[in-house]
Design a protein around this ligand. Sequence first.
Ligand SMILES: [Zn+2]
Length: 175
Amino acid sequence: MLIVESDRAAVEQSLGAGVLFCPGCGGELRPWGSARKRALREEGVETALVPRRSRCRSCEKTHVLLPDSCLLRRRDALVTIGKALLAKAAGDGRRVTGARLSIPPDTVRGWFRRFAAAAEELRARCWAWAHALDASLGRSHRSDRPSPTRSERSVSRWPRPPGASVRARGGDGRR
Ligand SMILES: [Zn+2]
Protein backbone atom coordinates (compact mmCIF):
# COMPACT_ATOMS: atom_id res chain seq x y z
CA MET A 1 0.00 0.00 0.00
CA LEU A 2 1.25 3.43 -0.93
CA ILE A 3 -0.47 6.77 -0.39
CA VAL A 4 -0.46 8.89 -3.56
CA GLU A 5 -2.11 12.10 -4.63
CA SER A 6 -5.83 12.05 -5.40
CA ASP A 7 -5.44 13.26 -9.00
CA ARG A 8 -5.74 9.99 -10.94
CA ALA A 9 -4.29 11.47 -14.13
CA ALA A 10 -1.23 12.68 -12.25
CA VAL A 11 -0.77 9.24 -10.68
CA GLU A 12 -0.96 7.63 -14.12
CA GLN A 13 1.63 10.08 -15.35
CA SER A 14 3.91 9.31 -12.40
CA LEU A 15 3.53 5.55 -12.97
CA GLY A 16 4.31 5.96 -16.65
CA ALA A 17 7.33 8.12 -15.92
CA GLY A 18 8.67 5.65 -13.33
CA VAL A 19 8.83 8.16 -10.49
CA LEU A 20 6.86 6.16 -7.91
CA PHE A 21 8.91 3.75 -5.82
CA CYS A 22 8.27 0.48 -4.00
CA PRO A 23 7.86 0.97 -0.23
CA GLY A 24 9.54 -2.39 0.30
CA CYS A 25 12.71 -2.24 -1.81
CA GLY A 26 12.75 1.18 -3.46
CA GLY A 27 12.32 -0.28 -6.95
CA GLU A 28 10.37 1.46 -9.67
CA LEU A 29 6.60 0.92 -9.64
CA ARG A 30 4.79 0.24 -12.90
CA PRO A 31 1.03 0.10 -13.70
CA TRP A 32 -0.63 -3.19 -12.70
CA GLY A 33 -4.41 -3.03 -13.05
CA SER A 34 -6.75 -1.95 -10.30
CA ALA A 35 -7.40 -2.87 -6.69
CA ARG A 36 -10.82 -4.02 -5.48
CA LYS A 37 -13.65 -1.53 -5.39
CA ARG A 38 -14.33 0.01 -2.01
CA ALA A 39 -16.78 2.52 -0.58
CA LEU A 40 -15.66 5.98 0.43
CA ARG A 41 -18.01 8.07 2.57
CA GLU A 42 -17.73 11.85 2.75
CA GLU A 43 -20.05 13.48 5.26
CA GLY A 44 -22.62 10.73 4.80
CA VAL A 45 -22.46 10.56 0.99
CA GLU A 46 -20.99 7.31 -0.26
CA THR A 47 -19.07 6.92 -3.51
CA ALA A 48 -17.22 4.01 -5.09
CA LEU A 49 -13.46 4.09 -5.23
CA VAL A 50 -11.29 1.79 -7.33
CA PRO A 51 -7.65 2.49 -6.45
CA ARG A 52 -4.89 1.87 -8.94
CA ARG A 53 -2.55 -1.05 -8.40
CA SER A 54 1.14 -1.05 -9.23
CA ARG A 55 3.89 -3.65 -9.43
CA CYS A 56 7.52 -3.27 -8.46
CA ARG A 57 9.98 -3.97 -11.28
CA SER A 58 12.57 -5.21 -8.76
CA CYS A 59 10.79 -7.39 -6.18
CA GLU A 60 7.63 -7.92 -8.30
CA LYS A 61 5.31 -7.26 -5.36
CA THR A 62 2.11 -5.39 -6.11
CA HIS A 63 1.05 -2.29 -4.19
CA VAL A 64 -2.32 -0.56 -4.02
CA LEU A 65 -2.00 3.18 -4.65
CA LEU A 66 -4.44 4.72 -2.20
CA PRO A 67 -5.44 8.36 -2.89
CA ASP A 68 -4.50 10.78 -0.13
CA SER A 69 -8.18 11.60 0.31
CA CYS A 70 -8.47 8.26 2.16
CA LEU A 71 -6.98 6.58 5.18
CA LEU A 72 -6.01 2.94 5.27
CA ARG A 73 -8.84 0.73 6.58
CA ARG A 74 -11.17 3.72 6.98
CA ARG A 75 -14.45 4.00 5.13
CA ASP A 76 -14.68 7.76 5.70
CA ALA A 77 -12.76 10.34 3.73
CA LEU A 78 -9.80 12.05 5.33
CA VAL A 79 -11.53 15.43 5.14
CA THR A 80 -14.48 14.10 7.15
CA ILE A 81 -12.29 12.63 9.87
CA GLY A 82 -10.27 15.84 9.92
CA LYS A 83 -13.41 17.91 10.43
CA ALA A 84 -14.41 15.66 13.30
CA LEU A 85 -11.02 16.05 14.98
CA LEU A 86 -11.17 19.82 14.57
CA ALA A 87 -14.64 19.80 16.11
CA LYS A 88 -13.29 17.77 19.04
CA ALA A 89 -10.48 20.30 19.49
CA ALA A 90 -13.12 23.05 19.54
CA GLY A 91 -14.96 21.25 22.32
CA ASP A 92 -17.73 19.40 20.47
CA GLY A 93 -18.64 15.89 21.48
CA ARG A 94 -19.24 12.80 19.38
CA ARG A 95 -23.02 13.24 19.13
CA VAL A 96 -22.95 16.84 17.89
CA THR A 97 -20.05 16.11 15.57
CA GLY A 98 -21.63 12.95 14.23
CA ALA A 99 -24.94 14.71 13.54
CA ARG A 100 -23.16 17.55 11.74
CA LEU A 101 -21.17 15.16 9.54
CA SER A 102 -23.90 12.51 9.10
CA ILE A 103 -21.69 9.93 10.79
CA PRO A 104 -22.80 7.55 13.57
CA PRO A 105 -21.62 8.91 16.96
CA ASP A 106 -19.94 5.62 17.84
CA THR A 107 -17.81 5.92 14.69
CA VAL A 108 -16.84 9.45 15.70
CA ARG A 109 -15.98 8.23 19.21
CA GLY A 110 -13.71 5.61 17.65
CA TRP A 111 -11.84 8.30 15.71
CA PHE A 112 -11.44 10.41 18.87
CA ARG A 113 -10.06 7.48 20.85
CA ARG A 114 -7.74 6.31 18.09
CA PHE A 115 -6.40 9.80 17.54
CA ALA A 116 -5.84 10.36 21.26
CA ALA A 117 -3.93 7.07 21.47
CA ALA A 118 -1.77 7.94 18.46
CA ALA A 119 -1.35 11.68 19.08
CA GLU A 120 2.21 11.51 20.40
CA GLU A 121 3.37 9.22 17.60
CA LEU A 122 1.72 11.51 15.02
CA ARG A 123 3.37 14.57 16.56
CA ALA A 124 6.76 12.88 16.35
CA ARG A 125 6.18 11.76 12.75
CA CYS A 126 5.10 15.26 11.71
CA TRP A 127 8.23 16.61 13.33
CA ALA A 128 10.36 14.09 11.41
CA TRP A 129 8.65 15.07 8.14
CA ALA A 130 9.20 18.75 8.86
CA HIS A 131 12.91 18.09 9.40
CA ALA A 132 13.11 15.95 6.26
CA LEU A 133 11.66 18.81 4.23
CA ASP A 134 13.32 21.80 5.89
CA ALA A 135 16.81 21.65 7.37
CA SER A 136 16.47 25.21 8.70
CA LEU A 137 14.25 23.92 11.52
CA GLY A 138 17.40 23.20 13.48
CA ARG A 139 18.41 20.27 15.58
CA SER A 140 16.36 20.78 18.75
CA HIS A 141 14.04 17.98 19.87
CA ARG A 142 15.96 15.49 17.76
CA SER A 143 16.33 13.08 20.65
CA ASP A 144 12.58 12.50 20.91
CA ARG A 145 12.17 11.84 17.21
CA PRO A 146 11.50 8.26 16.18
CA SER A 147 13.69 6.53 13.61
CA PRO A 148 12.64 7.76 10.17
CA THR A 149 10.53 5.44 8.09
CA ARG A 150 11.68 4.36 4.67
CA SER A 151 9.29 6.97 3.23
CA GLU A 152 10.80 9.72 5.33
CA ARG A 153 14.31 8.70 4.31
CA SER A 154 13.39 8.62 0.64
CA VAL A 155 11.55 11.95 0.62
CA SER A 156 14.35 13.55 -1.37
CA ARG A 157 13.50 11.16 -4.25
CA TRP A 158 9.95 12.42 -4.60
CA PRO A 159 8.98 14.38 -7.66
CA ARG A 160 8.11 17.94 -6.76
CA PRO A 161 5.11 19.80 -8.12
CA PRO A 162 5.93 22.72 -10.40
CA GLY A 163 6.93 25.77 -8.38
CA ALA A 164 7.49 23.79 -5.17
CA SER A 165 10.75 24.19 -3.36
CA VAL A 166 12.23 22.07 -0.64
CA ARG A 167 15.16 23.24 1.36
CA ALA A 168 17.78 20.52 1.35
CA ARG A 169 19.33 19.45 4.62
CA GLY A 170 22.83 19.12 3.23
CA GLY A 171 22.60 15.49 2.24
CA ASP A 172 19.88 13.13 1.25
CA GLY A 173 17.50 14.00 4.07
CA ARG A 174 18.59 11.17 6.39
CA ARG A 175 19.29 11.69 10.05
ZN1 LIG B 1 9.96 -3.74 -4.55
